[in-house]
Structures are given as structure tokens and as C-alpha cells.
Ligand binder design. Sequence first.
Ligand SMILES: *[C@@H]1O[C@H](CO)[C@@H](O)[C@H](O)[C@H]1NC(C)=O
Ligand SMILES: *[C@@H]1O[C@H](CO)[C@@H](O)[C@H](O)[C@H]1NC(C)=O
Ligand SMILES: *[C@@H]1O[C@H](CO)[C@@H](O)[C@H](O)[C@H]1NC(C)=O
Ligand SMILES: [Cu+2]
Length: 723
Amino acid sequence: MDGPSSRLRFSLFIVFFSFVLFFVFIPSWYRPLDGPKQVRPKQLFPSSKSRIRKTKSHPSSQAVHHPLDPLTAEEIVRVRSILRSHPPFGSSPPPIHSLSLHEPEKADVLAWKKGDPLPPRRAFVLALSDGRTHELVVDLGSGRVAAHSVESGSGYPPLTMEDLAAALEVPFTSAEFNESILARGLPMSDVTCIPPSAGWYGRAVEEKRRVIKIQCFDQKGTSNFYMRPIEGLTMTVDIDRREIVEFSDSGRGIPIPKSAGTEYRYGSIEGEEEDGRDTALPLKPISIEQPDGPSFTVEDGHIVKWANWEFHLRADHRAGLVISRAGVRDPGSGALRSVMYKGFVSELFVPYMDPDEGWYFKTYMDAGEYGMGTMAMSLVPLNDCPRNAYYMDGTFAASDGTPYVQSNMICLFERYAGDIGWRHSETPITGFEIRESRPKVTLVARMASSVGNYDYIFDWEFQTDGLIRVKVSLSGMLMVKGVPFADMKNVPGKYEMTGPLVSENVIGVVHDHFMTFHLDMDIDGPNNSFVDVRLEKEETPPGRSPRKSYLKAKRRVARTEGDAKIKLKLYDPSEFHVVNPSRLSRLGNPSGYKVVPGGNAASLLDHDDPPQLRNAFTNNQIWVTPYNRSEQWAGGLLVYQSRGDDTLATWSERNRPIDDRDIVLWYTLGTHHVPCQEDFPVMPTVQLSFDLKPVNFFDSNPILRAAPNFENDLPVCKMVASS
Ligand SMILES: *[C@@H]1O[C@H](CO)[C@@H](O)[C@H](O)[C@H]1NC(C)=O
Ligand SMILES: *[C@@H]1O[C@H](CO)[C@@H](O)[C@H](O)[C@H]1NC(C)=O
Ligand SMILES: *[C@@H]1O[C@H](CO)[C@@H](O)[C@H](O)[C@H]1NC(C)=O
Ligand SMILES: [Cu+2]
């Protein structure tokens, strides 16, 4: 194939695609790049007719087949009309901040079998009226509101797109803002702003109203405006009254960093340096071919069946991607055995480490404040997911209750990364001539969420040996701070640098990322126990052995929540098992899965620091709670400006029994991020993961009988001349 022309075709494709992406991206985050003209929220959400796109590729996605299927567009429309005739709301219901499936009782879902009538379809709605959060359960069958209460705890529901869009307009009507921008010599048309959440610090200005911060950037000469902060300019905006309640401008002496070198779009970066060298990497195209098609099926829109796995997959506006009813087939009995009732990312916590006026509040809780699904844009085919991927849409509700489709939000694909499933070869000295090896092929369900500057890629990777790897990859832009220095040698010793210089006049502020997963493990049924299998050093009595010490694995079953608050320790190691004490293997071992931590980090903030209080669920890496359908969101149901009165940490204070009953495992994956020059202008992905791995679940290696690859089964695909 002719190299340069294929590259041209590729770049045309990318240009086309980035146009599409840009178009989709406008409603979600920031003011359009063509300047500060007024954008009415209504324009951002066209009527349901134009937003509902019935995709030909997944015709069944709009019908309901399973109790856990997400609400369809038709159901969302019906919820809206039921709310409109709900007397307390009159004909105009207040803005809807959350509208999603109200899951049937777990017992009803477990009892349901394909072909049975579905349990009643219900919607769970959070609406905000006069600063009070209304929690409603809407019954679609009867057309009635089945429950309606007004929340009394602290915090507000997730922000709506309209909240964000409206808040972004506020500065552009302010004379003070106008004056600040003029003083910097900037034309208003070059200013782009973002709406970071304000956290909660108990300040008077945050009381009894919803506030958000607005900070701005100079977007001249780049699409990567994040790298050009107008430092020191921070506004606190009352979201509902649409007015600035605090204005702070302390950074007029700090230059706006240059635009050169900040661009990252393929079509905007020259492939050749001035000296004529082609700086593109010498890599030939790569793709995985499946000449016989994929080995998985997606039945009824949401049931994924692949190899020995079966699970329900759906999009959720808050969690992004939800895996339910995951089960694996036992190679011995052929039975489908339950592993996990439900798994999803419950909350994120991203605290920045800078106490300045314009920075202290940056302690984001992305799932409960913005919504990981709400912020998940369409995946980029061939790049976000390989050619052999299948795509699934998300159907969500806008704040006026009209449905819209987040197309290609989740992808599902088989992955062959050249890894080995198991192997053994025998050295000839034993007299055996053995070379046995099996390839490792896995199935990945993926979603990528762009919460402002950052991109979070969530993978649930299923292996045929029963292991589930949960992986989070971080990419996107750093949240950077403007400083007066272009070079380290000019930084005065007393100047407080809250992060390394990553470009001229730009520091990447040190911060953490924590992702807390809700893992409702149901190993062979709901009643499970959590076992801490501690490795302890034993010392040999003198004379017994030439060895002085060895390790012993000691099992301790956690009786109450207090026994299962785990801080990871390298020199006091344990395995963490979830077992079914009444399901014993052939050998009498309880059937189980263990959570296997990978690289991780813990929050080092003071426990009484307001952001840590609100995110006290990161005080331990592992928690175990008894199942309670109301306890889904680790940071609380209402997270925005919450005070930490409804978190996993407060629930666990009850110290409830957790032995041999339905339990939920919570795992927090984290990293400290000390930025470096390579993170500029866009970060290469950083991957973090943990595993859920069978332990005495199978009677022996479940992939013993897996076939090897043979040359004949793998035809080499030849390029067909097509144009
Ligand atoms: C900003 O200030 C300029 C110069 O004083 C003025 O012409 C313009 O109308 C102002 N705009 C707003 C939105 O106040
Ligand atoms: C379930 O959790 C909620 C919130 O923590 C709590 O109010 C309720 O009492 C719990 N129910 C049971 C049965 O423990
Ligand atoms: C699980 O344990 C509870 C008691 O904690 C018991 O009431 C229930 O019947 C058990 N369920 C099963 C499926 O064994
Ligand atoms: Cu980071």
C-alpha cells in the first residue's frame, strides 16, 4: 500500500472525525470556541425528536428484555409525562438532575428467568426545587409516583448540563470580569471558561445555595486552552440565581503561558520538523482480524455472552458503565456460576494540592458532581477501540426530562495482546520433549469519560481463567497553574511551587486520583464472607531446620464491618478473599474470589480536612458492608457541596455483621500524580488496575482444555485493492 496517500486519507478521516466530535462536545462542557456569544441552554438540548437516534446497528436496544435493562427513550418520555401530572409539581416539574432505572429488589432480579414477566419498571428521579432535593420513584406500569420524599441530608444532586452552561454565561455579563480581562489586554472573544465544582468548606458564601467556581483561559492560537490559564482570576457563581457572589483577581502579574507547543490535534500538528525530518514514528498500521467474526454475542441489547462468561452490561449517567449478574461457566458441571451481582465505579475523588485562593477548592468528586456517563463522549473507532469492537449507546434524560442518546458510549471487543494464558516447556534432560502454550484472549467492556480536562478510561476485562481485571487509564490535560517563571533557574527559593514546571510559565499542580468501586460479589449466591488471609512470619525453633524463618497463611473471617477496613501494607501482607462458606470444593475449600491490588496510593490528607471528610471512603482501600440497596454511592447520594454525612465511612460506623450474608466489597484504586514534562500538552495514558481472581472457585485450572493456536486456523488477511 502506498504510504503517503494512506496517511492523507487517514488524516482526512481524522479531520472529519474531529469535526464530528467537536460538534458533539459543544453541549457538554465549555463555551463554544467562537467567543462569548450567549448560548441559551435550550439550544443545547434540542427536542427529543432530534436527539433520539435509532441506530440501525442495535435494533433491540430500545426494547426491554431484562429487569436491569436501562430506561429506554420511550420510558423516559413516559416518566416525564407522569411527573407532569404529579400534583405537587403541577404542570412544570422542577429540573431533573438524575433519572435512571430504579432497580427491582435484588431478590426479584435473582428469581427472574428469561421468559418470566418483568418486575414492575420504575424510575428513580432526583429533582431540585427551591434548593430542596426531591427523591421520587416513578412507577411506569401504574403511571403513578410510587414514592416522593424531600432529602434532609447535606449536598445536592449532580449538576445538569443546563447548570453548567448557565454558570458559564454569568461572567460575560459582569463589568468586573470585563475590566479584569481588558486589564490583561485580552479581547473577550479569546476567553474560554470552565466550571469547576466548589467543594464544601463551611464558608458563609456556600450556605443554603448551590455555588460553582468559574475560571478562564486564553484560547487564542490553540484548542488546548487548558494550557493557557488566566491565573488568579476566580469567580464563585450562585448557580440558581446566576450571579457572581465572589470575585477574586490576584494574578495580573502572571503572564498567560504561550500557545506554541500546546496543540495536540492530528490535523494541527505538522508531521515534519523544519529541518525536513519526518517526526512521525516509523510504525506500520496494526489491527486484529477476526476472519470468522467475534466470539461474543450481545443478546436482547444487554446480555453479553463470551467464552465461559455471561453478564449484563448497561450505560448509567452517574457510574458510566455497570456490569451486573456476572457469571462464569464451570468447565466441570457446565453450570453458570454467579461471581458478581453488580460492579461499577461508585465515586472518584481528585484533590489538588495547592492551598491558594484559586486552587484550594479543587477536590472533585466526578461521579456525583458531574456524572461519569454524562461526561462520556462517543468513542473514536479504530483508536479508542479496535476495529473488531461492538458499540453500545447510553440513553439518558436532560434536565427537562427529554431523552437523548450518547451514541457509541461503550465498546466491547475481544483483545489479543500477544500474552500467554498458560505454558510449560520441558528441559530435554528430563527426557520429555514438551512445548505447550496457550494464547490469552480476553473480552473488554470499555468506556471513556472526559470530565473537563481529564479523560478516564474504564475497562472491565474478562479472562477465560475466571479473572476479571478492572483497569482505569488516565489521559487528557493536566490542570495547570500559571507562574511568573519560564525556567527553573529563575524561581526564587522562597516561592512556593505546588508542582513541577512542565512548560514555560506552567506548573502541573500535584494531585491525587482515587476511584472507588462498588463490587457486590455474589460467589455462588448472595451469602458470602470476607476472609483476611494474612501472611505471617514464623520462626523455627533452634535445631529444627537450617531455616530460621518461613511464612504461614492464617485465615481470619471478618465478623463485622470493623474487621474489614483494610489499609494495604507491604510488610504486613494479606490476601483478601470473598468466599461462600456453604459452597465447598471437592477438597473442602470454600469457593471464593480474591481482590488482588495492583499499584495503589492512599490519601494522606488530614481526616478532618473538609475534602477528606466528604471523601472519607478513601480512608481505607478495602471496606466490606452488608448489602443495602440504598448504599450505592460511596460519597453519598447527594454529593455536590455535601459535608460527608452520608458516605461509606459513616454507614460503616454501625459496624454491622458481615459474616455469611449478602456483602458488598469496596475497593479504592488511587495514584499520586506528580506531573512531568511528558504530561504536556496531553498526557500519555497512565494505567492502574486491580484484579478479581478465582481462589478455590474451580476444582482445577479451568482453561486446561483450551486449544492452542494452529497456523491453519489463522489465515493471513491480504489487503484487497479497493480504490
Ligand atoms: C466591557 O468594557 C468595554 C470598554 O469599557 C465596553 O465597551 C463593553 O461594552 C464592556 N462589556 C461589558 C459586557 O460590560
Ligand atoms: C440502608 O441504608 C440506609 C442508608 O445508609 C439506612 O438509612 C438504612 O437504615 C439501611 N437499611 C438497613 C436495613 O440497614
Ligand atoms: C442468607 O443469610 C440470611 C441470614 O443472614 C438468611 O436469612 C438467608 O436465607 C440466606 N440466603 C441464602 C440464599 O442462603
Ligand atoms: Cu493526574
